[in-house]
Design a protein around this ligand. Structure first.
Ligand code: AQP
Length: 336
């Protein structure tokens, strides 16, 4: 099994990114050959500052290592270091439907909030994401629920490529998503009808992995709950449901176990229990992060080594794709 996932070096990572994606990455290392890519090219699709981009890239590299990614057990690399991603993105454009890109939720949401230029990069974001995964012929992609639509597109792009150019072969592997059972969609604490988000959320409703324990406690204390008083999940109780999901995810238990344990408790007790559990859960990560972040040369060396290993795999796929599409020089030894 080959696992691949990408994560943007933007902003500080929040509890949604951590539970929905990063913990799955760490677990993925044990289950197969795992590649994790910090997608700096994707980060250029929204307004950004080049100096800040480099800084956040190191922040995220240190955070992923602090969370438990081990460069001996996975390939951790920076997207722009492996040029095969951008070439494959262009080649896949020929089998990607424009109308589908225009209908993508993320494109519609992000383009409507843009005051200045809505870049073509934002529209082509999912094609580059498809190239990221398909370049490695990954079989599994761990992501949060919000990425389901992009994953479906990538699967269709792979199928369409194989149908058009494969001649009966599965040149590109159609990957499966792996969305966690608990914590796939962590919601904003101030507006639990919206996902916790880097760009679209509220500061007070977003818990960052590197928030101080006091800040975390305050954010949970002021979390919006719902009418009624029962600690149980229900569609009309999005605030309480979210807190139960978070507590279950960080404890590694089923939400039903949390509901059973806190039956009869008040909302205040639920908030205090979640805050305490999240603080304990994130404390060791913040400590390790502090040790790792200061040595940028070491971080750079891990990324460079990862890119070299990634390039070998992606280069093979690109060779096959170019050959099948009839672009570039013919590979030596192939019949005309
Ligand atoms: N609220 C969430 N709950 C569970 N998983 C989530 N993810 C994001 N939000 C939640 C998952 O985190 C992974 C990394 O995402 P990213 O850093 O590449 O950026 P993103 O998908 O754009 O998510 P953000 O950080 O919330 O940014 P916004 O909302 O501004 O786009 C992905 O696997 C994602 O599913």
């Amino acid at each position: 099994m080959r696992i691949f996932s990408g994560i943007q070096p933007t902003g500080s990572k929040h509890l949604g990114n951590y539970i929905g994606a990063i913990t799955q990455y760490v677990a993925g290392q044990e289950r197969g050959e795992a590649l994790f890519c910090i997608v700096d090219l994707h980060a250029t699709t929204m307004p950004y500052d080049p100096v800040e981009l480099r800084r956040s890239l190191y922040d995220l590299t240190a955070l992923l290592l602090a969370a438990g990614l081990d460069p001996k057990r996975c390939i951790l690399f920076r997207q722009a270091d492996v040029m095969e991603h951008t070439e494959l993105c262009w080649l896949l454009c020929s089998v990607t439907e424009l109308g589908r890109l225009q209908r993508m939720h993320q494109f519609r949401d992000k383009s409507t909030t843009q005051r200045e230029l809505v870049s073509a990069g934002l529209l082509f974001y999912p094609v580059l994401q498809a190239a990221d995964v398909l370049a490695y012929r990954a079989t599994e992609v761990p992501v949060g629920e919000d990425q389901r639509e992009h994953l479906e597109l990538m699967r269709d792009v792979a199928r369409r490529f194989n149908a058009r150019f494969g001649g009966g072969d599965e040149v590109l592997v159609v990957p499966e998503h792996r969305i966690p059972e608990v914590g796939a969609r962590i919601m904003d604490l101030q507006d639990p009808t919206k996902k916790m988000s880097t760009t679209g959320g509220s500061e007070q409703g977003t818990v960052y992995v590197l928030d101080e324990p006091k800040v975390i406690e305050k954010k949970f204390k002021s979390a919006v709950t719902d009418s009624g008083s029962e600690v149980r999940r229900a569609p009309e109780k999005p605030g309480v449901s979210n807190l139960i999901e978070i507590l279950a995810a960080v404890r590694g238990v089923a939400p039903e176990a949390v509901e059973g344990e806190l039956a009869g408790a008040r909302y205040g007790e639920l908030k205090a229990a979640v805050a305490a559990a999240v603080i304990d859960y994130l404390r060791p990560v913040a400590e390790r992060y502090g040790d790792l972040r200061s040595d940028e040369a070491a971080l750079e060396s891990i990324l460079a080594d990862g890119a070299e290993r990634a390039r070998k795999i992606a280069g093979e796929t690109l060779g096959d794709v170019r050959e099948r599409m009839g672009v570039g020089a013919r590979r030596a030894g192939r019949p005309s």
